[in-house]
Design a protein. Structure first.
Length: 195
Protein backbone atom coordinates (compact mmCIF):
# COMPACT_ATOMS: atom_id res chain seq x y z
CA UNK A 1 0.00 0.00 0.00
CA UNK A 2 1.19 3.50 -0.68
CA UNK A 3 2.38 5.69 2.14
CA UNK A 4 0.33 8.71 3.10
CA UNK A 5 1.79 12.08 2.09
CA UNK A 6 3.33 14.47 4.51
CA UNK A 7 3.48 18.26 3.99
CA UNK A 8 6.02 19.19 1.35
CA UNK A 9 6.18 15.72 -0.24
CA UNK A 10 3.74 16.40 -3.06
CA UNK A 11 5.23 17.09 -6.46
CA UNK A 12 4.08 19.98 -8.58
CA UNK A 13 2.67 19.04 -11.97
CA UNK A 14 1.67 21.87 -14.26
CA UNK A 15 1.18 20.27 -17.66
CA UNK A 16 2.20 17.83 -20.34
CA UNK A 17 5.97 18.28 -19.95
CA UNK A 18 5.77 17.50 -16.22
CA UNK A 19 3.65 14.40 -16.83
CA UNK A 20 6.02 13.10 -19.51
CA UNK A 21 9.02 13.78 -17.24
CA UNK A 22 7.30 11.89 -14.42
CA UNK A 23 6.67 8.84 -16.63
CA UNK A 24 10.19 9.03 -18.11
CA UNK A 25 11.67 8.96 -14.60
CA UNK A 26 9.74 5.79 -13.67
CA UNK A 27 11.82 2.74 -14.72
CA UNK A 28 8.86 0.33 -14.56
CA UNK A 29 6.58 2.52 -16.70
CA UNK A 30 9.37 3.18 -19.17
CA UNK A 31 9.99 -0.57 -19.51
CA UNK A 32 6.24 -1.17 -20.08
CA UNK A 33 6.24 1.43 -22.85
CA UNK A 34 9.33 -0.11 -24.47
CA UNK A 35 7.75 -3.57 -24.44
CA UNK A 36 4.53 -2.20 -25.95
CA UNK A 37 6.44 -0.25 -28.61
CA UNK A 38 8.18 -3.44 -29.77
CA UNK A 39 4.77 -4.85 -30.78
CA UNK A 40 4.68 -2.22 -33.54
CA UNK A 41 0.89 -1.91 -33.33
CA UNK A 42 -0.94 0.68 -35.39
CA UNK A 43 -2.04 3.80 -33.47
CA UNK A 44 -1.29 2.35 -30.02
CA UNK A 45 -1.54 4.00 -26.59
CA UNK A 46 -1.37 3.01 -22.94
CA UNK A 47 -4.26 4.78 -21.31
CA UNK A 48 -6.17 5.41 -18.07
CA UNK A 49 -4.67 4.21 -14.78
CA UNK A 50 -1.16 3.91 -16.15
CA UNK A 51 -1.01 7.71 -16.44
CA UNK A 52 -3.59 8.70 -13.82
CA UNK A 53 -2.00 6.69 -11.01
CA UNK A 54 1.48 8.03 -11.73
CA UNK A 55 0.24 11.61 -11.65
CA UNK A 56 -1.97 11.21 -8.58
CA UNK A 57 0.73 9.32 -6.66
CA UNK A 58 3.12 12.20 -7.33
CA UNK A 59 0.54 14.81 -6.39
CA UNK A 60 -0.11 12.94 -3.13
CA UNK A 61 3.61 12.57 -2.41
CA UNK A 62 3.49 8.78 -2.30
CA UNK A 63 6.91 7.15 -2.14
CA UNK A 64 5.65 3.80 -3.49
CA UNK A 65 3.49 3.49 -6.60
CA UNK A 66 -0.14 2.48 -6.25
CA UNK A 67 -0.48 -1.02 -7.74
CA UNK A 68 -2.30 -1.13 -11.06
CA UNK A 69 -5.15 -3.57 -11.61
CA UNK A 70 -4.37 -3.55 -15.31
CA UNK A 71 -2.38 -1.83 -18.00
CA UNK A 72 -4.74 -0.84 -20.81
CA UNK A 73 -2.99 -1.03 -24.17
CA UNK A 74 -5.30 0.11 -26.95
CA UNK A 75 -4.61 0.32 -30.65
CA UNK A 76 -6.59 0.95 -33.82
CA UNK A 77 -6.16 -1.42 -36.73
CA UNK A 78 -9.20 -2.30 -38.89
CA UNK A 79 -7.14 -4.94 -40.73
CA UNK A 80 -6.79 -7.12 -37.61
CA UNK A 81 -9.56 -9.35 -36.29
CA UNK A 82 -10.76 -8.69 -32.75
CA UNK A 83 -9.69 -12.21 -31.69
CA UNK A 84 -6.06 -11.22 -32.29
CA UNK A 85 -6.18 -9.01 -29.17
CA UNK A 86 -5.76 -12.08 -26.93
CA UNK A 87 -2.73 -13.38 -28.85
CA UNK A 88 -1.04 -9.97 -28.53
CA UNK A 89 -1.88 -9.93 -24.82
CA UNK A 90 -0.45 -13.44 -24.34
CA UNK A 91 2.76 -12.46 -26.13
CA UNK A 92 3.12 -9.35 -23.95
CA UNK A 93 2.54 -11.44 -20.80
CA UNK A 94 5.32 -13.81 -21.82
CA UNK A 95 7.66 -10.86 -22.43
CA UNK A 96 6.68 -8.91 -19.29
CA UNK A 97 4.83 -11.27 -16.92
CA UNK A 98 4.76 -8.72 -14.08
CA UNK A 99 2.53 -6.41 -16.14
CA UNK A 100 -1.26 -6.96 -15.97
CA UNK A 101 -1.82 -6.38 -19.70
CA UNK A 102 -5.24 -5.79 -21.24
CA UNK A 103 -5.17 -5.28 -25.00
CA UNK A 104 -8.04 -4.01 -27.14
CA UNK A 105 -8.22 -3.16 -30.82
CA UNK A 106 -10.45 -0.09 -30.77
CA UNK A 107 -11.36 -0.58 -34.44
CA UNK A 108 -13.87 -3.16 -33.19
CA UNK A 109 -14.74 -1.98 -29.68
CA UNK A 110 -17.50 0.41 -30.78
CA UNK A 111 -19.69 -2.65 -31.36
CA UNK A 112 -19.17 -3.89 -27.81
CA UNK A 113 -19.66 -0.39 -26.38
CA UNK A 114 -22.72 0.35 -28.57
CA UNK A 115 -21.07 3.54 -29.85
CA UNK A 116 -20.80 5.04 -33.29
CA UNK A 117 -17.63 3.74 -35.00
CA UNK A 118 -14.35 5.24 -33.82
CA UNK A 119 -12.07 7.03 -36.25
CA UNK A 120 -8.86 6.20 -34.37
CA UNK A 121 -7.63 5.14 -30.94
CA UNK A 122 -7.79 8.64 -29.43
CA UNK A 123 -11.40 9.01 -30.59
CA UNK A 124 -12.24 5.74 -28.82
CA UNK A 125 -10.88 6.67 -25.41
CA UNK A 126 -12.16 10.23 -25.73
CA UNK A 127 -15.54 8.65 -24.90
CA UNK A 128 -14.53 6.77 -21.74
CA UNK A 129 -16.61 7.30 -18.62
CA UNK A 130 -14.47 9.81 -16.69
CA UNK A 131 -12.24 12.55 -18.03
CA UNK A 132 -9.19 11.47 -16.02
CA UNK A 133 -9.17 8.10 -17.79
CA UNK A 134 -8.85 9.69 -21.22
CA UNK A 135 -5.15 10.56 -20.86
CA UNK A 136 -2.74 8.23 -22.65
CA UNK A 137 0.95 7.89 -23.45
CA UNK A 138 2.98 6.03 -26.05
CA UNK A 139 6.60 5.71 -27.09
CA UNK A 140 7.50 6.91 -30.55
CA UNK A 141 10.01 5.16 -32.82
CA UNK A 142 12.76 7.54 -31.68
CA UNK A 143 12.14 6.66 -28.00
CA UNK A 144 10.40 9.93 -27.15
CA UNK A 145 7.12 9.87 -25.27
CA UNK A 146 3.91 11.38 -26.57
CA UNK A 147 0.80 12.26 -24.58
CA UNK A 148 -2.82 12.32 -25.78
CA UNK A 149 -5.49 14.03 -23.70
CA UNK A 150 -8.72 14.48 -25.69
CA UNK A 151 -10.54 15.81 -22.60
CA UNK A 152 -7.59 17.95 -21.54
CA UNK A 153 -5.30 17.70 -18.51
CA UNK A 154 -7.06 20.00 -16.03
CA UNK A 155 -9.05 17.27 -14.27
CA UNK A 156 -6.04 14.96 -14.07
CA UNK A 157 -3.78 17.65 -12.62
CA UNK A 158 -6.57 19.04 -10.44
CA UNK A 159 -7.44 15.53 -9.16
CA UNK A 160 -11.07 15.88 -10.26
CA UNK A 161 -13.21 12.82 -10.94
CA UNK A 162 -15.78 14.09 -13.42
CA UNK A 163 -18.10 12.29 -15.84
CA UNK A 164 -16.99 12.67 -19.42
CA UNK A 165 -19.32 15.11 -21.25
CA UNK A 166 -19.01 13.21 -24.56
CA UNK A 167 -22.49 12.07 -25.72
CA UNK A 168 -21.30 8.44 -25.93
CA UNK A 169 -19.84 8.43 -22.39
CA UNK A 170 -22.16 6.61 -20.01
CA UNK A 171 -22.95 8.23 -16.66
CA UNK A 172 -24.01 4.88 -15.12
CA UNK A 173 -20.53 3.47 -15.82
CA UNK A 174 -18.95 6.53 -14.22
CA UNK A 175 -21.04 6.00 -11.06
CA UNK A 176 -20.25 2.27 -11.01
CA UNK A 177 -16.52 2.94 -11.37
CA UNK A 178 -16.63 5.49 -8.54
CA UNK A 179 -18.04 2.75 -6.29
CA UNK A 180 -15.75 -0.08 -7.37
CA UNK A 181 -12.41 1.57 -8.11
CA UNK A 182 -12.11 3.20 -4.65
CA UNK A 183 -10.21 6.15 -6.08
CA UNK A 184 -11.09 8.42 -3.14
CA UNK A 185 -9.64 5.87 -0.70
CA UNK A 186 -6.44 5.53 -2.71
CA UNK A 187 -6.08 9.27 -3.37
CA UNK A 188 -8.02 11.17 -0.67
CA UNK A 189 -7.32 14.59 -2.18
CA UNK A 190 -9.29 13.65 -5.32
CA UNK A 191 -12.65 15.39 -5.61
CA UNK A 192 -15.79 14.12 -7.32
CA UNK A 193 -17.52 16.75 -9.46
CA UNK A 194 -20.80 15.93 -11.14
CA UNK A 195 -21.52 18.81 -13.56
Amino acid sequence: MTTRPTPGDQQRIDGEADILALISADPWRLRVLKVAAREDLRDWWIVAGFVRSAVWDALHGYTEPTPLGDVDLVFFDPTRAAREDRSIEERLRRTAPDVPWEVYNQAHMHEYNHDTPYTDAVDSFSRWAETVSTVAVRMEADGSLRLAAPCGLDDLIGMVLRPNPHPDARRDIFEQRLRTKKWRELWPRAQVVRD
